[in-house]
Design a protein around this ligand. Structure first.
Ligand code: MG
Length: 334
């Protein structure tokens, strides 16, 4: 008769080696898993005749792995023998409450181990004292729920950290507006939507007038502060669906989904006026400079079959260039 298949789930490699030697010498077929999760996978992939389960393991511990194993139909009746170095009162009961069939204490008695394993294979079952059973089951469930809570909390911390990371790489550090990378991606997405739904899409390219002179005269810090103040004005005068971001240097880009040329020019003019009225000033008294902006507007309509998304930005850029050439502080639609 071929000997039983045993799965040993244990994080300590010396214990694994020891038990392997002892049980293989008796002719058992032993497979190993180094933690609770890989133990679950191994047990499901090839259901064993018996599982020896270490209790203290990182990640999913032995009791949690046992309870999980018991929920898998083909593993409900497989003997699971808890193995632990802990001698705390109630450990045996806690292992049984988690679904273990029996309990062996470390250090293992090597001479007795094969016989003990065979007894469990032959059907030996330990059971909880009925007067204690309910209390231990409650405790086990409470602990599972608490551990789950901790894990969910850790996961949400991780996803929060990831969210911040990805936020960072799509956000311009100086102005906290979306950056060029975000804008390029968003333009592609809005472009695809506009084509699909045959809706217009407008783009406004904005440039701060005389930025070089401002930097040269008042320093880069003053220039940076002005860009930050401008970003706030832009954010305050757009609809929820509109996108404004820093395209680079002193250039900003506004994307207006489902907005026609005329309306886009109106929005651009409103932005220009807001900036003018905000009287953003650098320098003081005689030297003071009020910030103004030039804007170039471009729109694609559903009929522009041959246009590409790059051309939308190029057209806005060309219109902006004309606004500069015509004297700045104005809107030109291309
Ligand atoms: Mg361990």
């Amino acid at each position: 008769m071929s000997k039983a298949k045993i799965l040993y789930i244990e994080d300590n490699s010396e214990n694994r080696l020891l038990v392997r030697r002892v049980l293989e010498a008796e002719g058992y077929c032993l497979t190993e898993a180094v933690d609770g999760l890989s133990g679950l996978q191994a047990a499901q992939a090839d259901p064993p005749d018996l599982i020896i389960m270490d209790i203290m393991m990182p990640g999913l511990d032995g009791r949690e792995a046992t309870t999980r194993l018991r929920s898998i139909p083909q593993l409900q009746r497989v003997p699971i023998i808890a193995l632990t170095a802990s001698v705390l009162k109630g450990d045996r009961e806690r292992a049984l409450a988690a679904g273990c069939t029996g309990y062996l204490q470390k250090p293992l008695d090597i001479d007795r181990l094969p016989k003990q394993i065979q007894e469990f294979l032959d059907g030996q079952r330990e059971s909880l004292d009925p007067s204690d059973e309910l209390e231990y089951l409650r405790e086990h469930n409470k602990r599972l729920a608490e551990r789950l809570e901790q894990k969910v909390e850790r996961l949400s911390n991780i996803s929060e950290a990831n969210r911040r990371l990805s936020n960072m790489s799509l956000t311009d550090e100086l102005t906290a507006l979306p950056n060029r990378r975000y804008l390029d991606r968003r333009i592609r997405e809005e472009w695809a939507l506009a084509k699909r739904f045959r809706s217009p899409l407008s783009c406004v390219m904005i440039d701060l007038d005389h930025f070089k002179r401002i930097n040269d005269t008042f320093g880069h810090q003053a220039g940076d502060q002005l860009l930050q103040a401008l970003a706030k004005v832009f954010s305050s005068c757009l609809r929820e669906d509109d996108v404004v971001g820093r395209y680079g240097g002193e250039e900003f880009l506004v994307l207006l989904p489902q907005v026609e040329t005329t309306n886009a020019s109106t929005v651009a003019e409103r932005i220009r006026k807001r900036v003018e009225l905000a009287k953003l000033t650098v320098g003081s008294e005689a030297q003071a400079v009020h910030a103004t902006i030039s804007l170039g507007v471009a729109t694609v309509s559903p009929d522009d079959e041959e246009l590409t998304e790059q051309m939308l930005v190029q057209r806005a850029d060309a219109a902006l260039y004309r606004a500069k050439a015509e004297g700045r502080n104005r809107v030109v639609a291309g």
